[in-house]
Design a protein around this ligand. Structure first.
Ligand SMILES: [Mg+2]
Length: 383
């Protein structure tokens, strides 16, 4: 059955939140980023992009390109709040929302069409308007198509405040003129390789004999690329990642006495939880510490984090604060556990923190720590 998929992406999200909250920034080149010489750009306004500033660009380069730009430190808590509003609006339309980051998601609205005006375009308009209203003016771009790949391509075509529809059956024509890099999985290296063999646009790939393309990309790669080039992407929208919690706990061989004896196991559990958060691309907005006493009674303490947590040391700092609120002096404990809850897709900042390039991790952390003396990202005090 034909599906109607939306891809929604907020426009210059962090920067737009800053402009919303500081109206004097409107119309200015604004960069959300860290340390002026060692940090990276997290996001910037379109006015800054006009000068060639891009996300993940070193700050030193960004400031060289746009010396007049206003640099604003990141406020993850504000972005997480706006993100929660955006996701709430999407879930009013359909439960089939798959978050990709704080500001980006796929929605399968096939079953919601009857309820909201009959077309994907009508739903996209409604959603954009509601998000603007609820978030105090933030704009988004939406792509509407019969599959995820084409919807994602479409949302990016007319940013900011875009709404692009690819009607079922038009996928080939829609994709044909676009450069090959638009294809999911075709990075700069593959694109160079393809160009050396004469493939420049998606239309070149649509017309390529599979056998010939297989000699360049291998049979699997060629198959993948040709299918997407034809707008053939059967992947389902997979919701629900944000609902679960991730926990780790252990029962001791022998009861432990006093709080200090729990510090080491708490650290191990935080490491395990952080590892699984990373594996699932998630961040936690709250943390729970659980203790079971020798008499089997259970005490838990929960705290909401100032900013979404992804790292062991963030989780650990908050876990120790929670542990301090549990009566443990001269008490025998048989089990201790940590669980991360109120999960959400990790935002770009967090993904950068554990991206493939460790030097970037250092840069972002340094940037934020230098600027705020161990503030924003690391601080995780509950209340
Ligand atoms: Mg975005």
């Amino acid at each position: 059955m034909a599906r109607t998929i939306l891809h929604l992406d907020m426009d210059a999200f962090y920067a737009s939140v800053e402009v919303r909250d500081q109206p004097e920034l409107r119309g200015q080149a604004v960069i959300v980023g860290g340390h002026p010489t060692r940090g990276v750009v997290l996001t910037c306004t379109y006015e800054a992009r006009a000068f060639g500033v891009r996300s993940a660009m070193p700050m030193i380069e960004a400031v060289r390109r746009a010396p007049h730009a206003i640099v604003v430190p990141p406020r993850m808590k504000a972005y997480a709040e706006a993100s929660a509003q955006v996701f709430a609006e999407m879930r009013r339309i359909t439960p089939l929302v798959e978050g990709l980051s704080l500001d980006e998601a796929f929605l399968d609205v096939t079953a919601s069409l009857g309820l909201f005006g009959g077309t994907g375009e009508a739903i996209a308009r409604l959603l954009k308007a509601r998000i603007r209203e609820e978030t105090g003016g933030l704009s988004s771009s939406v792509g509407v198509a019969s599959c995820k790949f084409v919807a994602k391509v479409a949302s990016d075509l007319r940013k900011p405040d875009g709404l692009v529809v690819c009607f079922p059956g038009d996928e080939r024509f829609f994709l044909a003129p676009l450069p090959i890099e638009r294809i999911f999985g075709v990075g700069p290296k593959t694109a160079d390789l393809l160009r050396r063999h004469g493939y420049f646009t998606i239309s070149d790939l649509q017309e390529a004999p599979l056998a010939k393309l297989s000699r360049v990309l291998g049979p699997r790669g060629a198959n993948h690329v040709v299918r997407l080039a034809h707008g053939d992407d059967g992947r389902a929208v997979e919701p629900g990642r944000a609902a679960k919690s991730i926990g780790s706990e252990s029962t001791f061989d022998r009861d432990r006495i006093g709080p200090r004896a729990l510090h080491e196991p708490i650290l191990r559990h935080c490491e395990e939880v952080a590892r699984r958060l990373r594996a699932d691309g998630l961040a936690a907005n709250a943390l729970v510490v659980k203790v079971k006493y020798a008499d089997h009674s259970i005490v838990t303490r929960r705290a909401v984090a100032d900013a979404p947590l992804v790292e062991t040391k963030e989780l650990h700092a908050l876990a120790l604060e929670l542990l301090a609120k549990i009566p443990l002096e001269r008490v025998r404990t048989r089990l201790v556990g940590v669980s991360a809850t109120d999960l959400e897709p990790a935002g770009r900042t967090q993904l950068e923190l554990f991206g493939q390039r460790p030097e970037k991790l250092g840069a972002v952390l340094d940037a934020i720590e230098d600027k705020f003396g161990g503030g924003t990202i690391r601080r995780a005090g509950g209340r």
